[in-house]
Ligand binder design. Structure first.
Ligand SMILES: [Fe+2]
Length: 160
């Protein structure tokens, strides 16, 4: 039961559109405080994370075959430099808006010298991501990138 080597599409149902809070209203939800590796707060205006509305969270819990820790909306206004996620090595993402037509997510070897995979995520599909290795979002965004990100309970991953 390991995370994917890099990323792959997973067979989970489409999120009912009426459960998704529109981007214009997401700012009213509870923001998630982000941290740097050294424990200091990471706050930038171009990358924002919010706790999903209860209706969507309940739907995810019901429809995922694994125990879920967090269900969050992520809004980013620009590409994201290479990083490794803190506090999780696996994520399940569902793009509501890709932010543009040529936006790719790239996964790298742990020494960051070799690109292992490059994928253009399609909206309205679930993907599993190995976020425990270096990865980045690359491309020219023309509008905010908006997605749902599910964090499994630690140690639990979906069987791909
Ligand atoms: Fe990440």
């Amino acid at each position: 039961m390991n995370p994917p080597n890099t990323t792959c599409e997973v067979d989970l149902p489409l999120v009912p559109v009426d459960l998704i809070v529109p981007l214009e209203q997401v700012g009213k939800l509870n923001p998630v405080v982000l941290y740097h590796q050294d424990g200091s707060v990471y706050q930038v205006d171009w990358y924002r994370v919010y706790t999903c509305n209860q209706e969507l969270t309940d739907w995810v819990i019901e429809n995922f075959p694994i125990e879920v820790e967090l269900v969050e909306y992520v809004v980013s206004d620009q590409a994201i430099i290479m990083h490794t996620d803190l506090g999780r090595n696996c994520a399940y993402n569902y793009l509501i808006d890709t932010g543009g037509t040529d936006i790719v997510t790239e996964f790298y070897s742990s020494d960051k010298t070799q690109m292992l995979d490059s994928i253009e995520y399609q909206p309205n599909k679930w993907y599993g991501l190995n976020v425990g290795i270096p990865h980045r979002v690359n491309g020219t965004q023309i509008r905010p990138r908006f997605l749902i990100s599910v964090t499994p309970k630690s140690g639990v991953t979906y069987k791909f």
